[in-house]
Design a protein. Structure first.
Length: 513
C-alpha cells in the first residue's frame, strides 16, 4: 500500500524457520483461546436463555389474593371460572382468603404493597344484591355503578416489563366470570329484568367493569430497559474507567515507588468521586426520559444514591478481579460477572427455574429491588435485604482491593529489582568489553613499538597513551554503555505506553519465541 511504503520492507517469507516457529505458537494460542471463549460463551448463553426458558409455565408462581366480600353469585362466578376454566401453570394462582383475614379492602392494598402477593382481587359487599336490584329497573338501575363490583390492586413498578401479564390474566378471569354468572343466574335474571328499562338491560349485558388500582403506574417506554441496559451500561462504565486508571498507574510506576497506603487512599477517593458523577449521569438520564411517571425529587435523590453505591461496589469488584484473577482469564471473569448480574433481574424469580434463586446474592438484584421500593414509595420492602448485601460487597471488596494493592506493590518491587539487576549486568558486560578491547589495543601498540626499534621515546609515549587508544576506538565507553542501557530501558516503556491507556489483556499460553 502506497500510504505505508515501509510496511513491506525487510519482511520474511512465511516459510522462514523463525516465522514458522512463531506461526505454530500463534496458531496454538489462538486455537486454545478460541476454544475456551466458545465454551464460556456457550455456558453463558445457556445460563441466560435458561432463565427465561418456558416462562409461561411458571406464571402460576405469581400469587393473587382473592377476597369475596359479597358471598353470593358474583363471588361464586369468579371462583368457578378460575377452578373450572383457567387454573393451570400458565395462569396466576388465585388464593382465596376470608374476610376475617382482610376485613376491609385497604388491607389488601397493604398486602400487595408488602409484596405478600403480586396482586389482589375482591368483590365488593352486596355486589350481587345491587346488580339484582338494577336488573329490576326503577331508580336502582339508574344509580347502579358497575365500577363498584370487582376491583384488582397491583403495582406496575414491580418488574414493570413483565408484570402487565397480571392485569391481563385478571381481565380474562373477569370475562370468564361474567359468562359464568350469566349461566348461573341467566334464567332468573331474565324473568325479573325490566326489559323496557335501558339501564336495566345495560346492567344485564355488562354487569361489571374490572376496576384497576395501580399503586405506581409505570407506563413510560424507558421502563423496558431499567433491568437490562441501564445495569449493563453502569457495569461497562466502571470497567473502562478502571482499565484506564490501572493503565495510568502502571505507566507512572506508582506501584513501584509510592507507599501502598497512599495508593489505597488515592484510589478510594478517585473511585468514590468518579462513581458519584457516573451515577448522577445515570439517574439524570432516567429522570430526563421519565415522561409522565409520577415520581418526585426525593425519589430521584434516593435513586442517585442507590446507583452510586451499586456503581462503586462494581468498580471495586472489578478491581478485585484485576488484582487476583490471572491476566489471561480476566476478560472471561468480567463478562461472566456482567451476565450473572443481568440475568438476576431479567425476570422475577417466580418466573424462572428454582435454580436461579441463588442470584439473590448478586448486587444487581439487590439494587433493583431497592429501586423498585424507591419508585413505588415503599411498596417493595426489601431494604433490609438489599442494603446489607450491597454494603457487604462494599466492605469485602475494599478489603481485597487493599490487599491487592500491597500485592501489586510487592511484585512491582520485585520487577524493579530484576530491572536494576539487568541494568547492572548490562553495565558490567559493557565495561568488560571495553576494558578487553582497550587492553587488546594497547598490546597491539606495544608490539608495533618493538618492531620500530629506534623510534623516538616521545612517539612511543604518545602512541601508548590511553587517550590515543580511546581516540582510535571511534566510540568511547560512555556512548556504547548508554546506547545499550537506553535500549534496555526503552523496551518496557514502549510496552507500557502502548497498552496503559486502553483496556488490554494478556493472551494466554504464549510461549517464548
Amino acid at each position: 500500500m502506497r500510504f505505508y511504503p515501509r510496511a513491506v520492507e525487510g519482511r520474511k517469507s512465511i516459510r522462514d524457520p523463525t516465522v514458522h516457529k512463531s506461526r505454530l505458537t500463534v496458531l496454538k494460542t489462538i486455537g486454545v483461546t478460541a476454544l475456551l471463549l466458545n465454551l464460556l460463551f456457550l455456558a453463558l448463553f445457556s445460563y441466560i436463555f435458561g432463565a427465561i426458558y418456558k416462562e409461561t409455565s411458571h406464571v402460576h408462581n405469581l400469587n393473587v389474593v382473592f377476597v369475596d366480600y359479597d358471598h353470593s353469585l358474583i363471588g361464586n362466578s369468579f371462583r368457578q371460572a378460575y377452578l373450572q376454566q383457567l387454573q393451570g401453570d400458565s395462569f396466576p394462582s388465585i388464593i382465596e382468603q376470608s374476610i376475617l383475614e382482610y376485613p376491609e379492602p385497604a388491607l389488601l392494598e397493604s398486602a400487595v404493597c408488602r409484596i405478600d402477593y403480586w396482586a389482589a382481587l375482591y368483590v365488593s359487599p352486596n355486589a350481587t344484591a345491587r346488580l339484582a336490584s338494577a336488573l329490576q329497573g326503577a331508580s336502582a338501575a339508574l344509580s347502579y355503578n358497575r365500577s363498584d363490583i370487582v376491583t384488582m390492586i397491583w403495582n406496575e413498578a414491580r418488574y414493570s416489563a413483565v408484570v402487565d401479564l397480571i392485569p391481563t390474566a385478571l381481565g380474562t378471569l373477569s370475562e370468564a366470570a361474567r359468562i359464568m354468572y350469566s349461566g348461573l343466574n341467566g334464567t332468573g335474571a331474565i324473568q325479573t329484568m325490566d326489559t323496557t328499562n335501558p339501564a336495566a338491560v345495560a346492567a344485564f349485558t355488562n354487569p361489571w367493569d374490572l376496576v384497576s388500582i395501580n399503586i405506581q403506574p409505570t407506563t413510560q417506554g424507558s421502563r423496558l430497559i431499567y433491568n437490562t441496559v441501564l445495569i449493563i451500561m453502569i457495569l461497562l462504565q466502571q470497567f473502562f474507567f478502571l482499565a484506564t486508571m490501572n493503565g495510568v498507574a502502571s505507566q507512572s510506576l506508582l506501584f513501584t515507588y509510592v507507599h501502598p497506603r497512599v495508593i489505597i487512599l488515592t484510589r478510594c477517593l478517585i473511585s468514590v468521586t468518579y462513581t458519584l458523577g457516573g451515577s448522577l449521569c445515570a439517574s439524570g438520564a432516567v429522570w430526563a426520559f421519565r415522561g409522565d411517571w409520577g415520581v418526585n425529587g426525593n425519589q430521584w435523590a434516593l435513586t442517585w444514591l442507590s446507583l452510586w453505591l451499586f456503581a462503586h461496589v462494581n468498580l471495586i469488584t472489578f478491581d478485585v478481579f484485576t488484582a487476583w484473577v490471572p491476566a489471561p482469564y480476566l476478560p472471561m471473569a468480567l463478562v461472566t460477572w456482567v451476565i450473572l448480574n443481568v440475568t438476576s433481574i431479567l425476570l422475577p424469580f417466580e418466573l424462572t427455574p428454582a435454580f436461579y434463586k441463588w442470584s439473590y446474592m448478586m448486587p444487581a438484584h439487590a439494587v433493583y429491588q431497592l429501586l423498585i421500593d424507591i419508585w413505588s414509595s415503599g411498596c417493595n420492602p426489601l431494604v433490609a435485604y438489599a442494603l446489607p448485601l450491597l454494603f457487604g460487597f462494599e466492605i469485602s471488596s475494599n478489603v481485597l482491593c487493599s490487599i491487592g494493592v500491597y500485592r501489586r506493590c510487592h511484585y512491582a518491587a520485585i520487577a524493579n529489582e530484576q530491572l536494576e539487576s539487568s541494568f547492572k549486568k548490562k553495565l558490567d558486560d559493557e565495561l568488560a568489553k571495553y576494558m578487553e578491547k582497550r587492553e587488546t589495543k594497547t598490546m597491539k601498540l606495544t608490539n608495533d613499538d618493538s618492531q620500530v626499534g629506534e623510534a623516538s621515546e616521545a612517539a612511543r609515549d604518545r602512541r601508548r597513551s590511553p587517550d590515543v587508544v580511546e581516540e582510535e576506538d571511534h566510540e568511547g565507553p560512555a556512548e556504547s554503555i548508554m546506547r545499550s542501557i537506553s535500549s534496555l530501558r526503552r523496551e518496557p516503556n514502549l510496552s507500557t505506553r502502548s497498552n496503559s491507556l486502553r483496556p488490554a489483556f494478556e493472551i494466554p499460553f504464549v510461549e517464548d519465541v
